[in-house]
Structures are given as C-alpha cells and as structure tokens.
Design a protein around this ligand. Sequence first.
Ligand code: NAP
Length: 293
Amino acid sequence: MILLDGKKTSAEVKAVIKKDVEEFVSKGGKKPHLAAILVGSDGASETYVASKVRSCSEVGFDSTLERMPSQTTEEELLAKIDEFNKNADIDGFIVQLPLPNHIDEQKVTTTIFPEKDVDGFHPVNVGRMALGQPAYISATPYGITQMLEQYKIETSGKHCVVIGRSNIVGSPMSILMAKNSKYANCTVTLTHSRTKNLEEFTKAADIVIVALGKPAFLTGEMIKEGAVVIDVGITRVPDDSKKSGFRIQGDADFKSCAEKASYITPVPGGVGLMTVASLMKNTLAAAKNEIYG
Ligand code: NAP
C-alpha cells in the first residue's frame, strides 16, 4: 500500500507556485492577492481559513481575511462581496462555507464575479469546467486530480465510484474523472444516499472517492483488493485523549481500507492539504489572468 501523502505533495505544488510568483513579480507583475470572508466563528471554518491564509504567506501571496459576525445579514455580506468584486487589488476571493442559515449560499456564490471565483463554485465556472473550457476548478476535486497526477496513478479505463454528489465535491469530481484527459478517462458511477446496494458498486471499483461526511463509512470489506481510496471526509469526532477534545476522522476506515488498497489518502494529511494548494493555484491563475484573459 502506498500512502498518498498530501503534506509532501501539497508542499511540492506550493514550491512550484512560490517560484512562479517570484518570477512573475521579478518581471513587474503584481503579487497575487487572495481574500477570504469568514462569517461567524465556526471552529472548523476558522481552522480552514487560517490554513489558507498561512499558505498565502508560504507561497508569497498577499492575503486579506475579512471577519464578519454570525448575525451579519445577507445584504451586508452581498455588499462586502460587491466591494471585493470591485477591488482591483484583490485577484480572487472566497466566502468560507458553511454560512449561517439565514444567508442564501446560492445567492452568495452567484454574486462573486466568475473572474474572481477561485473556489470555482460559480455556475459559470462549473459550466465551463463541465464543457472543458478554461475555468477555476473547484479546489477539492482539482486537488484530487493533482494528487493522482503527482503519483502517476493509472486511471484510464478504470471504474471510479464517487460517493456523495455535492456541488462542491462529488458532482464536479465525477465530471472530472470522466473527462477525456490524462489522469481521468474513467468509467464513473456517482452514488448518493438513494443508491441501492452501494457495496456492489464499491466492491467493483478500481478507484473509490468517498465524500459523504460520515466518519469511517467506507470499510475494507466494501472495496476490492488493490483499489485506490481517496478520502475527502473531514469530521470532528469526540476524543478525550486529545487536548482539543476531538480528532479529525475521514469517511474511510483507514485501517481496514489500507489493508486492501494499493493507494490511500490519510485524514488528516491527505485531500485537505491538496485543496488548499489548489486554491493557491487558482489564485495565481487569477493574478496572471490565465483563465479569463
Ligand atoms: P454534503 O454536501 O453533505 O453531501 C454529502 C453527500 O453524501 C450527499 O450527496 C449525500 O447524498 C451523500 N450521502 C449521504 N449519506 C450517504 C450514504 N449513506 N450513502 C451514499 N451517499 C450518501 O457533503 P460535502 O460538502 O460534499 O462534504 C463531504 C465530506 O467532505 C464532509 O466530511 C466535508 O467536511 C468534507 N470536505 C472535505 C474537503 C477537503 O478539503 N478535504 C472539502 C470539502 C468537504 P444526497 O445527495 O442523496 O443527500
């Protein structure tokens, strides 16, 4: 079994970005600038945003973190987005999800200019990605494809089963894996909570991408010998042995899956770090006007 090391791989991706930024700036380009809006103070969201800000400084970007209280109205948030859309110094920005219930996530996503939507959630970017046109690709699926690429995992003609059909992970992932391109060309089955006999699909899969948010859901018994397991799940589960009182658990039961898998991503230290590295890649592309010219 080979561990798909997100720490090592994301560090490699970020080293390339850092070099690229240095070159870009030395030729008179502006330092890329990523901004993030965080509404409320959800513990997990705080951690994700902190990691994104830290990564910006590692690769030589400027960053702005805009904190807004949990009682922020939808109107106030949309006004802030409008301000960032118009701020020429900001190349790309994200609104950290989830948002408080009183704010319409879809409205927020569609208000961000596609040209600045480095999370790749805007319908224009999702549509362009699906059609194979230049687009910001949603950071988690993008990170997974980069991981497959870095480890040169053969995917062509393989059966890939994706568990979970969310707009930010499962659905775009299924589209990317089915594309006629290197590190894709899979036959894809997209599964969800209404899928009957899920195990029949996972047992037949060469690659299983599990993104449903249920800790240790995918067990070794559900996969075939030699399968590639990509674990997207991040759930905080109570753990008294930790100072924080919790540990991070993926959607795969690591121990039993690792006994059968050919490759597997750990949690933490897998897909999450690649997601952040991909966000940096998208931001660099935004600063260089590579997607929208
Ligand atoms: P989500 O929006 O909650 O979607 C969950 C999906 O799983 C839904 O499509 C749901 O089906 C499906 N599902 C639920 N129970 C199922 C079951 N028993 N069998 C098969 N499918 C089932 O989740 P998400 O935003 O995609 O996130 C999934 C996990 O990934 C979470 O743990 C999240 O924290 C994590 N995540 C990690 C990263 C990262 O960077 N590593 C990024 C984003 C998310 P229905 O559509 O039928 O309801």
